[in-house]
Write a protein that binds this ligand. Sequence first.
Ligand code: G3I
Length: 304
Amino acid sequence: GTTLGASAAEKGRYFGTAVAAYKLSDATYVGILNREFNMVTPENEMKWDATEPSQNQFNYTNADRIVSHAQANGMRVRGHALAWHSQQPGWAQNLSGTALRQAMVNHITRVATHYKGKIYAWDVVNEAFADSGGVRRDSNLQRTGDDWIEVAFRTARAADPGAKLCYNDYNTDNWTWAKTQAVYNMVRDFKARGVPIDCVGLQSHFNSGSPYPGNYRTTLENFAALGVDVQITELDIEGSGTTQATTYGNVVKDCLAVSRCTGITVWGIRDSDSWRASGTPLLFDGNGNKKPAYTAVLDALNAG
Ligand code: G3I
């Protein structure tokens, strides 16, 4: 293939990017998006604060723009994210206990129902584990009870039985890290007890503090062996030039080596689109030109 999406498709995978609705009027941005990608993740537009700014009053305007653009251009959509401690609307931040639990369930039901049939995979729960210690992150949702995660998954399944349901997190790439083990144990437990979970998203924001680990493929393999798909959901890699390109290529090779690694999403198109205030972590430069990292990804997708 000659594009990321077409080359990934030849390997039975997708290649996606995070998309911001307000950039859909940027011709350079849309040109690259439509040419290269066949999966999109709304970067912020499906989050709780965006979709339910006041309790039980839903606003899908910006998320719908992205979904419509995707459908019109033959791209699928990863939904992000139904339940998360961050980017909650103020009213939810002020709730606790049963009221918060019921609000979470209502939110998941309403949003997943609105998008029923249009979402390839939902990040049902995002970032529920602490960065160290192998324990749950403290949050208002966690304080409603340990079962909030499985309740979220059961609620999402009921609302949209056709969507794959993912648990998504960062710093779960290195197999030896306690956070990785904690997520693995949760997924194993969910599979054993029949809690509906179909996939694990590894965000894969690689930088000096959490670099691409040599055991990344092992991590992908071990999650997949639990009977779930694995997806690389928010890939970006600190650095530049040949070093960055080599790491990007290695990530792609690792995914292709694991049959249940179903696709890769980068967290933005141009370096200037990145959530990172500084740095050059993506595949296209600020002018939309292909970087060495792009070529390394394309070559890895086309190898073999
Ligand atoms: O939309 C408002 C705008 O009206 C306001 O003027 C401006 C002033 O600060 O803020 C704008 O909102 C910002 C929003 O991005 C849209 O640009 C928020 O402040 C800013 O916090 C928000 O950042 C997002 C971040 O999640 C929030 O947690 C990033 O764009 C987004 O890339 C990032 O994505 C997360 C994933 O969801 C989960 N995994 C980690 C990843 C990177 O942090």
